[in-house]
Structure formats: structure tokens, C-alpha cells
Write a protein that binds this ligand. Sequence first.
Ligand SMILES: Nc1ncnc2c1ncn2[C@@H]1O[C@H](COP(=O)(O)OP(=O)(O)O)[C@@H](O)[C@H]1O
Ligand SMILES: [Mg+2]
Length: 357
Amino acid sequence: MSEIQHTDPIIGQTFGNVVAKSILGRGGMGAVYLGHHPGLDMMVAIKLLPDLFVGKREMVERFLREARVSGRLQHPNIVRTLDVGRDHGVYYLVMEYVEGVDAQRLLDREGRFSPMRAVNIAGFVARALGEAHDQGVIHRDIKPANILIARDGKVKVTDFGLARSITNTATALTLSNQVVGTPNYMAPEQIKSMDVDARVDIYALGVTLWQFLTGALPFEGATPMAVLLNVVGEQLQMPKETFDTLPKELREAVVAMTAKDPRRRLPNIPAVLAVLKKARDALRAAGMDSTAPMPGAPVRASSPQVKSLSDTGVPRSQAVPPPRNDPQSFTKPLGSDVQPRPPQGNPRPGTPRPGGR
Ligand SMILES: Nc1ncnc2c1ncn2[C@@H]1O[C@H](COP(=O)(O)OP(=O)(O)O)[C@@H](O)[C@H]1O
Ligand SMILES: [Mg+2]
């Protein structure tokens, strides 16, 4: 693996002002590298559009649009976009570097999250989405791989590569005859038509919360098409072994967020924050407020799709270490400052980490 790292021709190259240092992750669109900005003496993340897409106007447009859309969002729970450009033929997007790990990799490592931690992370993502939706932006690809958990516990949403402007549907780009999104997290209406609104993000966040709690993926299928058919045709199951052990408010939150019919789904982010708060209060009342890794949680092999998205080929030695603290709760009233507070007396010294890597 380390040879791959050394032979990666990107390492050491300069894009704009930024020198690529090592790979951080790979997704459907391109690769993201850790970079150094010498002028600012600052570490940044730099996303590159793969060569094979450069000739494709649609992909270039999509990439530039990601920059424009994310560039206008300023929120503590959204990765900040700093620059975009083209250098020796390569399109690049410079963003704030989040030192930590994405939630998919954390799930791969820990199996599943404690209910309180799951609800807390979902709460911060909801706040990020609240800002995006208020600015007229739908993310359209909410899933654990696009949720970054910083070492200090902050939660930041990244990858606005599929985002679209609610008010500017005329210029919405679609890949001809292709569904855009990640099958397991796509709302049925996103699969069936391009005419979607912010409720697709609420659905995807509901599926993400389901995955955080169960450690599994709903709507498994041998092929992406099989998954899509299941998403449209099958109810989201609420596994007894998970949900019967939790306060009913958690199940209610997931059910309300993932209704197949968007008209029956929670209509907006304030409604999502309200059910998440209820879930939190219920967990607290039940004494289930630990955010520590689940004791003995199985280290699951994820389904092939998710694996391929999260398996970035980063050598173990370079893999980002697990966060030291968990995301803090979002206990403040709605609309108040959304910055997570510093950890409050819930240290987990020596907590064993299942999987330990
Ligand atoms: N700002 C960042 N800081 C640290 N890691 C990042 C950052 N942005 C992305 N990553 C990592 O790179 C992966 C791919 O980035 P993403 O923007 O999701 O690309 P894609 O559009 O190809 O899915 C993420 O899942 C995450 O692990
Ligand atoms: Mg991604």
C-alpha cells in the first residue's frame, strides 16, 4: 500500500498555491488530498477532478458548481470552501482541512455508534442542512462518507458535488439517463424523478441515523439497481434487536424522517431537530447518554458499495487516528449558536476501541 502512496504522481504537485501532501479519501467524484498552503502556512484539503472527467463538460460544470454552491455556505457544521481553479490542466477545489475521520470509516472501525452519539451526530448534520436549505441548497448526497468527524469532536458536512439549488432548477445538471446519488440513501422520489426538494436530505439523514444505530445498511442488493428497486418497493425495516432496546422516540424519529411518501415525511429541518431533541431527552431519561464506543460492537464488513466508497487505500500507518472526543450534544435551544461545546467532564480515558486501528 505504501508503494501506492509513493508512486502517486499527485503527491508533491502544486495546484494553485497548494502542495499536495498525501491522500485523504476517494469518493465517486474524485480524490481528496491533504495539502499545504505555504503562503498561509496552513494545512488544507484539496479535491481534484480526475483526468478522465476533464474532457466532459458536464463533469467540469458539476465540479465548478460544487465550488460555487459550497462557497456560499458558511456554517460551523459545513466544510468551508476556500478556492477553486485550474492548474496545469487539473481542476482543483481547496477547502478547510478537517483533521479526523469520516463517519463511514468510523462505522467500519466501531461497528455502530452508541444511540446518544448517533443522535448527536445526526443533530449536527441537521443543523448543517438547515443552513443549506435556508440558502436554497439541497445536498442530495447525505451519507456517512460525507460526514466528517474532527478530532476535537466537531461534525462537518462535506461533498456538495451533487448539491443543487432549489430556486435554480433550470440549470440543474443531470447525467443523461443516470440517477445521481448513492442508492441506499436516496429517497424514492429522488429515484423516480428529478423533481425533488429539501426533503430528500431529511430522508437520507434518516437512513444515515438508522445505519449509525444498527451498524447495517438497509435495502441491501447485489447490484445498485437491485438496491434502487428495494428502496422504492420495500419498507425500511426497524430491526427489533436494535430498536426494542431503545426508547421509542428513536424509532419514531427514524420513521418520521424516512417516510417513503415525501408528504408524510418530516417537512423541514426544524421538525427534524425537534424529534432528535425528543430522542435525546428520552435517552437521557433512560440513562443511555453515553457517547463512548459501543462495548463489544461487531466490526462489520460493510456492503460492497459502501466499502468501495470508504476504502480509500490509505496505508494503515497514514490512516487518520480516531477522534479523541465525541461530538457534543446539541442541547441549546433551536436557533442558538450551533457550535459544539467543548467536552464536559465525560472523558473516556483508556476506553478500549473495538477493532483498535
Ligand atoms: N475537507 C476535508 N478534510 C478531510 N477529509 C476530507 C475532506 N473532504 C473530504 N475528505 C475525505 O475524502 C473523502 C472523499 O471526499 P468527497 O468530497 O466526499 O469526494 P467525492 O465527491 O468523490 O465523494 C471523504 O469521504 C472524506 O473521507
Ligand atoms: Mg463523497
